[in-house]
Design a protein around this ligand. Structure first.
Ligand code: 26Q
Length: 658
């Protein structure tokens, strides 16, 4: 009906589009009802602010969560169609770089499934994370035009009626007006922030939350100011590209504009919504919680203050108390070069009023500490110092909670990286060890293993992951062990086919599949892994009849385009792969496969087929890691540094599994 053709003549894209429309229209009433319930129950709402989300594909998880998977699979079969092929048409929603963005997506999934009143706030990038190709062993980056495909984004709803205006640039002066100062703006650019909402469907619970992604447009009233395409670009560029994790590459004006844009749009829409129901603004923290995912949205603190002061005319003290009670912050890294700072002139260029407010927060912070602490500590913790704005300091000072993402990481924050802040605010520090959405990473990614588990312990683990502990009672069950081995072999056979298809290299599913999949970074030590492989190769060259179990080393990793070292490692791995994969003398005992364009969808194929999980970061540098959990959950043995969440994984699985 949607495409005015019958099923037999429909392309995969058309079938995909039709199925998405059906799924979406079946959950929209639940989505509306979820919203109604929030209003009626007058519950506190939390908002997760993240500049990245990495959900991957949504069709299969939406089918699963709606309880439609079996029905649709059998209907497709009856019609002689292949659901997997149709689902493969969906472009990955790759609006993130790696761990931080994927964690945000897993949180959205789990929170909806737990029935929690939490909505996401982010950016609808026109171009997702670059597509990676190898050419002569070198990484090539291609644009990822995910919206510009046959199917576009089937899950979003554009809500022009909920648009807000974001002000960027220009000048500001304060004019006394009654008992407050009124900011008068001159020459600022007005940007229309248009939200695109994506439903986050809970698992079997009649609950759908919202992921709200903002897009920058020219306000209708301002069209006349933008006659050329170049003029329009000035605005549209703000939500055009996702910055590829250039932790070192500080100071891009457009990045700072992105940060302010989605922060301002999100905060404005939250406060507007709160006020609609006549609640007193000075009690907003009783009904609203705002979470700052890493420092990228740290301007939430100042933007919230701006609205409470300039638009709601609250006294500073009341506004500040509400802000601190409302905000909380997660730190994801201890690497010095990744701690965000911005120069004062740049900040002033993006939002002079926000800079004024930050300067006032800084001033009051310093004044309040002056006779209690030594000057060194104050200088090290204040927000503005050395001519720069320190975003982590803003997030910590302006919130009531700072958490790390694994116990070891939180301990390091307290004892080292953020020690001065821990001295000031010991009660604000806490740990939230990362986790994963186990249904996506086990039930969806590994249906074979899920079936074996179901047969042994039933299906309750699907809503309660702790039920998986029951499997420990069957650790010596020979029949179960045989089934588990069969599942792993079947998954490896499937991955071997994909490897053959994508690289032309044949690998034996009987070999040990030794996997390292994550962003390419010096601290993640892909190079150390490579050196070990070379050692194994040299041993085999010296003694070609050496008896070893054949091994296939699988890599997946993108390097930031400006990260020269990381790109060299990619070239290096590809060169060694060329050498080893074509060396007849080692009798297929060793293979290296570097799959292109690692991302969520590829991870879902590699992880169920892994025998060995490489988690060999330089100790203390990997804040948590999350692929370590996904690989462990799918039955891989872990080779690890005692770093990040590996420490806690070991406590749970025992030393003989890690
Ligand atoms: C910074 C400045 C300019 C442009 C981009 C960036 C940028 C973008 C992304 C800096 C860092 C990131 C991402 C960081 C990240 O993914 N960290 C990982 O977070 C995971 C979830 O908590 C942890 O499991 C990983 O250990 C951590 O490395």
């Amino acid at each position: 009906q949607k495409y005015a053709i019958d099923v037999q003549n429909a392309t995969e894209s058309e079938l995909y589009g039709t199925l998405c429309s059906l799924v979406k229209s079946s959950y929209t009433p639940i989505w509306r009802q979820t919203w109604e319930n929030y209003l009626q129950e007058d519950e506190k709402q939390a908002y997760y602010f993240s500049i990245e989300y990495l959900p991957g594909k949504l069709l299969k998880s939406n089918l699963l969560n709606m309880g439609w998977s079996d029905l649709v699979a059998s209907a497709f079969k009856d019609l002689g169609l292949n659901l997997d092929q149709v689902a493969a048409v969906e472009p990955d929603m790759a609006l993130g770089n790696g761990g931080l963005g994927r964690l945000a997506a897993d949180f959205m999934d789990s929170l909806a499934s737990g029935g929690y009143p939490v909505n996401g706030n982010g950016i609808r990038y026109k171009y997702g994370l670059f597509k990676q190709r190898f050419s002569n062993g070198y990484q090539i980056e291609l644009p990822n035009e995910w919206l510009n495909t046959d199917v576009g984004n089937a899950w979003e709803i554009r809500r022009a009626s909920k648009a807000v205006t974001v002000r960027i640039g220009g000048h500001v002066r304060l004019e006394p007006q009654g008992d407050y100062l009124k900011p008068v703006y001159e020459g600022a650019t007005l940007i229309e922030a248009v939200p695109y909402d994506v439903g986050m469907v809970g698992y079997h619970n009649e609950h759908v939350n919202t992921l709200r992604l903002w897009s920058a447009e020219i306000p209708a009233s301002e069209e006349i100011k933008y006659p050329t395409i170049e003029d329009r670009r000035q605005i549209e560029d703000i939500t055009s590209v996702l910055y590829p994790d250039d932790s070192n590459e500080n100071g891009r004006l457009l990045r700072l504009k992105q940060e302010y844009f989605f922060v301002s749009a999100g905060i404005q829409s939250i406060i507007r919504h709160y006020k609609k129901y006549g609640e007193p603004i000075e009690k907003i923290s009783e009904k609203v919680a705002i979470h700052i995912n890493d420092t990228h949205p740290a301007m939430c603190v100042a933007e919230f203050m701006r609205i409470l002061l300039d638009e709601e005319h609250l006294p500073w003290e009341t506004a500040w108390e509400q802000t601190v009670k409302t905000m909380s912050y997660t730190n994801h890294t201890i690497m010095a070069e990744a701690l965000e700072t911005w120069s004062i002139p740049m900040f002033n260029e993006v939002q002079p009023r926000i800079l004024q407010i930050i300067a006032e927060i800084d001033h009051r912070f310093v004044a309040a500490l002056a006779d209690k602490y030594d000057g060194g500590l104050i200088e090290r913790t204040r927000i503005i110092s050395g001519g720069r704005v320190h975003m982590a300091h803003l997030a910590i000072i302006g919130s009531h909670s700072t958490n790390g993402v694994a116990q070891l990481h939180t301990d390091l924050l307290k004892s080292d990286v953020l020690h001065d802040f821990y001295t000031l605010y010991p009660d604000r520090f806490n740990n939230k060890t990362n986790g994963i959405a186990h249904r996506r990473w086990l039930q969806l990614a590994n249906p074979r293993l899920s079936k074996v588990i179901d047969q042994k312990i039933g299906t309750a683990w699907r809503t309660d992951a702790k039920q998986l502990l029951q499997l420990a009672d069957h650790r010596t069950d020979q029949e179960l062990l045989k089934y588990l081995a069969q599942v792993k072999l079947a998954n490896k056979t499937a991955l071997a086919e994909l490897i053959k298809q994508q690289t032309g290299v044949e690998v034996s599913p009987k070999a040990i599949f030794d996997v390292q999949i994550k962003r390419l970074h010096a601290y993640k030590r892909q190079l150390l892994n490579l050196l070990r492989i070379i050692k194994l190769y040299l041993d085999l060259k010296q003694n070609p009849d050496l008896e070893i179990v054949p091994r296939v080393f699988v890599f997946g990793a993108k390097a930031a385009p400006s990260y020269h070292y990381a790109k060299s490692i990619i070239k290096c791995i590809n060169e060694v792969a060329q050498l080893i994969n074509h060396d007849q003398t080692i009798q297929d005992k060793l293979k290296i496969i570097f799959l292109e364009n690692y991302g969520v969808s590829l991870a879902e194929k590699i992880i169920p087929a892994a025998d060995v999980s490489e988690q060999i970061s330089t100790a203390s540098k990997e804040a948590s890691g999350t692929s370590n959990m996904k690989l462990m959950l799918n039955g891989a043995l872990t080779v690890a540094t005692l770093d990040g969440a590996n420490v806690e994984i070991r406590e749970h699985v025992g030393e003989d599994n890690i």
